[in-house]
Write a protein that binds this ligand. Sequence first.
Ligand code: NDP
Length: 329
Amino acid sequence: SPYRAADDRYATMPYRRCGRSGLDLPAISLGLWHNFGGADVFETGRAVLRRAFDRGVTHFDLANNYGPPYGSAEENFGRVLASDFKPYRDEMIISTKAGYDMWPGPYGIGGSRKYLIASLDQSLRRIGLDYVDIFYSHRVDPTTPLEETMGALAQVVRQGKALYVGISSYSAEMTAKAAALLKEMGVPCLIHQPSYSLLNRWIERGLLDTLKDTGIGCIAFSPLAQGLLSAKYLNGVPADARAAKGGSFQEGMLTVEALAHVRALNAIAERRGQTLAQMAISWVLRDTRVTSALVGARTVAQLDDSLDALGNLAFTEAELAEIDTHAVD
Ligand code: NDP
């Protein structure tokens, strides 16, 4: 059916300025790592994308190898762009990345100029775009000079293939070095994409300070710890959940200790009148240095639930202190 975006799509979503740039991002963004690949039901993903945009989610996050198979999430997003989103392209921030394994041989992985430039060209063809809004180095490649990787990012901006660039999962130290190199090249680093959740607080130990100092925004990936920060695993593993499918999140990660923390956090969320997923999203957004929470969603119902986190973003000091006793790592 033809798509027309909801007229009230900008009524409720807060937008936050990304570091010291001119770009705003929605407080909640949608990632296509899972659930949008060739192995998934296309119409379900399409419905999730439409619903997201109707509710003010203007940012969609991709990478070259999202699928499975690799490349298929970009292809599927490109299909929806062509059929539904074309009139709205200038209302959207579309990102992609290169860094992990993508194609065979030495030029399909890592941080070389050769790989990054070729990969972005492939991504643009799959999505059907002349440029992406943000292109990321997906991870540090310790075997490649940082000057080369950052040089490739600066190059794609000069070529007009990306408007902004970012880095993902770089340590605080490597982030400071990358930011300095990019600044020298006249291309500011817009954004950092680290993992961050109630169960994974590494960015509080230095990275957030570095981002503040260097004026780089922060988009937190896996704020639900891949779904662990919900009530779904408290009474076993549902057949349709990510943990039952193997791959990135395995049943072995559901330890007695982790589930005890999840149970306690779930009780706090209930007292706040939120689902645990909602509280987990609100919690990463409590720090104003976090520009956006980058969630995944398998269904429209999950997406709606997560976006309703915006109904309660405030925490009392007492709540935060209690949460700290259960927020591990
Ligand atoms: P989340 O932590 O948000 O996990 C999403 C999963 O949680 C869903 O697929 C679903 O899993 C479950 N879920 C989502 N909403 C709800 C809800 N309201 N209630 C209950 N369960 C829910 O994020 P992801 O791990 O999916 O990562 C999000 C995005 O971050 C990726 O798509 C990608 O764009 C980015 N990312 C980047 C990485 C990087 O290296 N830069 C690495 C990882 C992610 P289920 O199927 O079990 O129901």
